[in-house]
Write a protein that binds this ligand. Structure first.
Ligand code: 6PG
Length: 252
């Protein structure tokens, strides 16, 4: 009997495990950075939090990827942040700082973490939006475009800190908003990119690993718009998924 290949969408790349998806994502990322730097002289990127991207961050700072990157051209932001101090173990900034940023030579002035010390999510969001507009450049009346935005996928279908049913999901004007905590830990307020900013990106990369993501991944790829991750559809950019075999086990 012939074996039947799983019919996966072309933008979904499956690897056996977290190591495999981290390597594949590192390769994609380094190519995107090279392309952006070649075309526009810099690479603007927004990082994610959660547990999944840690290994990817480590790999980017190791060979063979490390020396293929012109780190001086990177401008680094976060697609969402928990309203905690940058030294808090729950900080998305801290994860990337420890795993990658402290090990490579990106100029410190080109690393833009969300100003959580302002203590108020809406205020921090408004300030962060202004920084993004200032750095990414004035395109009057247009939404700034990141070269790459990294996203995770929550078991409830959230992405960044856009949670199912929350008003932040419907935001059309602001590019960054404050949010109350979602259903999943840590139960702290957030600052999050909104869909207009995410969907203006040149590329959005999703990482998902583990069998607890299988059901939600299937629904997202089926286009269940109740799930925030399914509403990530860049108008003039691409979405690329890197998922491990366990997360992909509900597909096909
Ligand atoms: C956050 C994240 C969030 C995360 C998902 C997946 O600040 O919590 O940015 O959107 O990416 O919850 O998290 P895991 O990688 O831990 O599953």
């Amino acid at each position: 009997m012939e074996s039947v290949a799983l019919a996966l969408p072309p933008n979904v790349s499956v690897a056996p495990d977290l190591e495999g998806i981290s390597q594949a994502a590192a390769e994609f990322w380094v190519r995107s950075a090279g392309q952006a730097t070649g075309r526009r002289g810099r690479f603007t990127v927004a990082l994610a939090g959660g547990s999944t991207p840690g290994r990817l961050y480590e790999l980017l700072g190791e060979q063979p990827w490390r020396s293929r990157v012109d780190w001086s051209k990177w401008y680094v932001f976060w697609g969402d942040e928990r309203l905690v101090a940058p030294t808090d173990p729950n900080s998305n900034f801290l994860l990337a700082q420890e795993k990658l940023l402290a090990r490579v030579s990106i100029p410190a002035v080109q690393i833009y973490r969300a100003p959580t010390e302002l203590g108020d999510p809406d205020l921090a969001a408004a300030r962060y939006e202004q920084v993004i507009r200032d750095v990414l450049g004035p395109r009057a009346g247009e939404v700034p475009r990141f070269d790459l935005i990294l996203q995770g996928l929550g078991r409830d279908g959230h992405t960044a800190s856009l949670f199912p049913g929350f008003p932040s999901l419907e935001e059309q004007g602001r590019l960054v908003v404050g949010s109350p905590p979602g259903a999943l830990p840590p139960a702290v307020p957030r600052v999050t990119f909104t869909l207009p900013l995410i969907n203006a990106a040149r590329a959005v990369v999703f990482l998902a690993a583990g069998v607890d993501k299988a059901e939600v991944l299937r629904r997202v790829l089926d286009g269940d718009l109740a799930l925030p991750a399914a509403r990530v559809r860049p108008a003039d950019g691409r979405v690329q998924w890197f998922v491990d075999a366990a997360a992909a086990s509900g597909l096909g």
